[in-house]
Design a protein around this ligand. Sequence first.
Ligand SMILES: Nc1ncnc2c1ncn2[C@@H]1O[C@H](COP(=O)(O)OP(=O)(O)OP(=O)(O)O)[C@@H](O)[C@H]1O
Ligand SMILES: [Mg+2]
Length: 268
Amino acid sequence: LLTVTNLQQHYSLESNLLDQLFSRNRQVIKAVDGVSLELERGEILGLVGESGCGKSTLSRSILQLIPPTGGKVEFQGIDITALGRDAVRKHRRQMQMIFQDPHACLNPMMTVGQSIADPLFIHKLANAEEAKKQVIQMLERVGLTPGEDFFRRYPGELSGGQQQRVSIARALITRPQLIICDEPVSMLDASVQTQVLELMLELKQEFNLTYLFITHDLWVARFFCDRIAVMNAGKIVEIGKTRDIFTNPQHPYTQQLLQAAPLLARTH
Ligand SMILES: Nc1ncnc2c1ncn2[C@@H]1O[C@H](COP(=O)(O)OP(=O)(O)OP(=O)(O)O)[C@@H](O)[C@H]1O
Ligand SMILES: [Mg+2]
């Protein structure tokens, strides 16, 4: 479904363009530094690594939310790094994102119904009447019942878990193929985390989804992911089946990461 080849996102620290062009010793942050990976249709690939290693930057670069400074992203065989803005926007309907903090992503002035319907209008997929019907169905599907009630409510009136269900509904409403989840449950209580993860597994089956799942929580990664990519300082240092990563880590950095979570390393 997705092939990422030697992707780079280098941030230059010079404040203006002239400085960037003429400064002799340019300061560059290599947030993503030559990442290659493949996502099979239907799989869940976890992306783990410590804070600042480049996970969020990688996901934004894959979606072309920030144009990468190098490398290639092929989605369904099409090189989306070579497309213009409008063409990329069309493809973005197929690739949606779920973020850590639903509260920050949902417009507090819009009802839940409006927020979820928004992508349908942006991509011209439905008129108002069809959109309402689809949104209510989707609300019920993510466990916000009765859908009619939640349709009219505002994000501020919902719990964190309910807000994240709204974000999931919003991400799924355009029927995407790929969902990139950036720490989707890390702000939720443990019991709510499990409920939301289980919902995401059900939805994956029902809508034939593929997930790229970013987390710093190795427990969550082990529960949820088929394969895991370990990222350190902008590079993928190891990628493999979840079981192999936990039982037989090859790279010293992976071993170190697992040692920081000793309960996990012991259980197999
Ligand atoms: N717009 C930017 N300009 C300059 N540097 C940036 C920018 N955005 C991110 N960075 C740097 O890129 C690196 C990677 O950041 P990123 O947010 O991708 O890490 P992360 O793995 O998602 O971390 P976390 O687990 O804390 O979310 C960091 O060193 C960060 O400071
Ligand atoms: Mg991040």
